[in-house]
Design a protein around this ligand. Sequence first.
Ligand SMILES: [Zn+2]
Length: 284
Amino acid sequence: MPELPEVEVLRRYLDPLVSGKRLCELRVFKSRVVRPESSGKLIATVKGCRVKGVERRGKFLWLNLVKSRLRTPFPLVIHLGMTGRLFVQPSAAELPRHVTAVFRLGRESLIFKDTRLFGRITLETDSIEQLGPDPITDEFLVSDLQSAIGKSAQPVKVRLMNQRVLAGLGNIYACEVLHRAGISPFMKSSDLRLAKFKELHEAIVSTLARQVEFGMSLDLDFIGETTGDGLFYFGSRHGQARKSKERFRVYGRAGEPCGICSSIIKRAELGKRGTFFCVKCQKE
Ligand SMILES: [Zn+2]
């Protein structure tokens, strides 16, 4: 599932490609991707709008649209779900498999394809409004992290992955930032002291920023069917997936030595998610 860095890289790539274009037509191939409203209503609302830009908060993207007769832009929210992909291709090109929606922007089209159909397109903004602070978009201070995590009895990793607490971290980056901050994923949130909040804050901001930078350095291909993955999963091509994995400190590395202390990285279930950590570096 794409997390904040992947969605941010996608936003930065798409923004210059679609901004200023008029949305001539939206075709929805899988109606369940549009919810809760009907696809008919959504299509009628967005038709003829101009794209002012692509925005992001947490793992949500939206196209800022403006109708010529109305000056106030409104968001068309897109969530990629588990397997959603967004890319631009010539409108005359053949549509890929698993296409769920096509936004025709003149000679080019923005394609939304989604194999598992957990993605979503909507005019509703509730899901964005309910999100916690975004660590790279908002001014995000240690005190913001502290008040977001709160005095919860939940394990800190579970709390970090709650999008209403903090927007953007999923399983991969929650594991990564906790290792970087030297905090056990199982630690009770209310046991975190100020010094640890500072380390966790630093770990979140720097890990996400570096990963966005890394994603932007990749040679991405918007069009090809075989390379569609590379867009935000950081690399199905040219060994990029391997390069991407090498960047992780603990995620997906069970049984390998920790880069800091050489202890063997462990995997355990926490909140039904595979959790990777170093027993020695991440004490409770
Ligand atoms: Zn270690």
